[in-house]
Write a protein that binds this ligand. Structure first.
Ligand code: AHR
Length: 497
């Protein structure tokens, strides 16, 4: 591998380190919000969770869904709590009390120090509600809806800049699912109306729910033919899981994310060419993670039979293997920093999450917390176009892939290089040799590895630090060359200064 500060992909967009809070399972209730919890503040926000959110380094948070948003009335979640209606949420078969809504979320983002990314309902609702929500949220004062917000205790406008025009409208499971043609027209009308209020909003059109969707590619092309000039981003969603014990394929799944990004970029650029546009559409990868979806779909640990409040849905206990994969997915997102300029890991707390809590009890870091937190903390400045010559590995699901997945960033102000490398090989170590001569006499400042003889080890309430990154035992820098032994199925980070 060689790294040189002269070869730059793009600045690191801090928005790549986004996350997602959906009204799903216990992400909100007993996740970020639990009045009466020993650490809760006067708004009911759990302080232990807030501390972990800050440590995780999350920059933006998408809200309130997800599939939830496609049946959501934002008006139900504002105003005096005792007057808010209780509703059924068909997306996750839950009873939604609406005790937590827009103004609570916006207060929480301030305390957490994150930027909001708001999704609006284009499933059961549309243009009128979108512009009303915009007026309520963003207009300072003096109109019916902005004054209502002030009456509800939010004196200052929320000034939300990023808006998702619906969620996964390509998915047959989505309330109000549409064809690409129908969605493209609705998203365009909605975006145009929103821009009449504020031309500088940043708008995200729905792309595909996964690269495996039968409409993938055609969906993006049709939607962008309509929306190209009125949106800034097209979204992409991807979830991966270990299937049938095939470690090699699971460890290589970022190859699918890589192809996904290449193909969406190619499609967007094709539409740009077709429309003779100089504008460039970027990707908001606003749902990604490891998710044991097959278990959810097959009913094991899945959606509840009965309608209940805040059930335990998709509370994955992430393993070492999952953490290595999450590190690799983040590496892939960063490598495409020129076109992926926003991303949200799904989700933040309890449901498919980095952080777990018990009601009334503790909060802890899942294994996947660690590669995210380290990357968010150290990937700064610019992403470098590193050169890698690595052996390949043949996998059943993704064919031949390089055995290493890697990215390097360079923070010129601090004079610091951060190198992130995943060894995808499930059973063989790899010897890494990296030329850093272009950085003069850069020395090793820190080296961490996340790996374990037991790939199924996970953090739990009783053993919350079973899986943590540890100091790298097998690394040195000599004469401008870093050499290291990378353990099988490992995530590695090297900082040089
Ligand atoms: O993040 C969980 C769910 O996954 C979201 O609600 C939906 O958009 C996606 O299918």
């Amino acid at each position: 591998m060689s790294i040189d500060p002269a070869f730059v992909v793009a600045p690191v967009s801090r928005r790549i380190f986004g996350s997602f809070v959906e009204h799903m399972g216990r992400c909100v209730y007993t996740g970020i919000y639990e009045p009466g919890h020993p650490t809760a503040d006067e708004d009911g926000f759990r302080g232990d969770v807030l501390d972990l959110v800050r440590e995780l380094g999350v920059t933006t948070v998408r809200y309130p869904g997800g599939n939830f948003v496609s049946g959501y009335k934002w008006e139900d979640g504002v105003g005096p709590v005792e007057q808010r209606p209780t509703r059924l949420d068909p997306a996750w078969r839950t009873i939604e009390t609406n005790a937590f809504g827009l103004n609570e979320f916006m207060r929480w983002t301030k305390v957490a120090g994150v930027e909001p990314m708001m999704a609006m309902n284009l499933g059961t609702r549309g243009l009128q509600e979108a512009i009303e929500l915009l007026e309520y949220a963003n207009y300072p004062a003096g109109t019916a809806l902005s004054d209502l917000r002030i009456e509800h205790g939010a004196e200052q406008p929320h000034d939300i800049r990023m808006w998702c025009l619906g969620n996964e409208m390509d998915g047959p499971w989505q309330l109000g699912h549409m064809t690409a043609e129908e969605y493209g027209r609705l998203a365009t009308r909605t975006a145009l109306a929103m821009r009449q209020f504020d031309k500088d909003l940043e708008l995200v059109a729905c792309g595909s729910s996964s690269r495996a969707m039968p409409t993938f590619g055609a969906w993006e092309a049709t939607v962008l033919e309509h929306t190209y000039e009125v949106v800034d981003y097209v979204s992409a969603h991807a979830y991966y899981q270990l299937l049938d014990g095939d470690h090699a394929s699971f460890l290589a799944c970022s190859a699918d994310m890589d192809r996904f990004i290449h193909q969406v970029v190619a499609t967007a650029d094709h539409i740009g060419a077709k429309l003779s546009s100089d504008k460039r559409i970027n990707i908001s990868f606003d749902e990604w993670n490891v998710w044991y979806l097959r278990e959810l779909q097959s009913g094991q640990g899945g959606l509840p039979e009965d309608w209940t409040e805040a059930p335990r849905t998709s509370e994955e206990a992430y393993t070492v293997l999952d953490a290595v994969v999450v590190g690799s997915l983040l590496i892939t997102l960063l490598r495409h920093a020129d076109r992926v300029t926003a991303a949200s890991q799904a989700q933040l707390v309890n449901t498919i999450s980095s952080i777990r809590t018990e009601p009334g009890g503790p909060a802890w870091r899942q294994s996947i917390f660690h590669p995210f937190a380290q990357t968010a903390r150290h990937a700064k400045g610019t992403v470098l176009d590193l050169r890698l010559d690595a052996p390949t590995l043949t996998t059943a699901t993704y064919g031949e892939v390089p055995v290493l997945d890697s990215v390097a960033t360079y923070d010129a102000e601090e004079g610091r290089v951060a190198l992130f490398v995943v060894n995808r090989h499930p059973s063989e170590p790899v010897s890494l040799s990296t030329s850093l001569r272009a950085f003069g006499d850069a020395a090793l400042a820190e080296a961490l590895v996340l790996a374990d003889d037991d790939l199924t080890a996970a953090n739990t309430e009783s053993d919350p630090d079973r899986v943590v990154p540890r100091a790298h035992g097998d690394v040195k820098v000599d004469d401008g060359v870093l050499t290291a032994e990378l353990a099988p199925a490992s995530w590695n980070m090297f900082l040089l200064q």
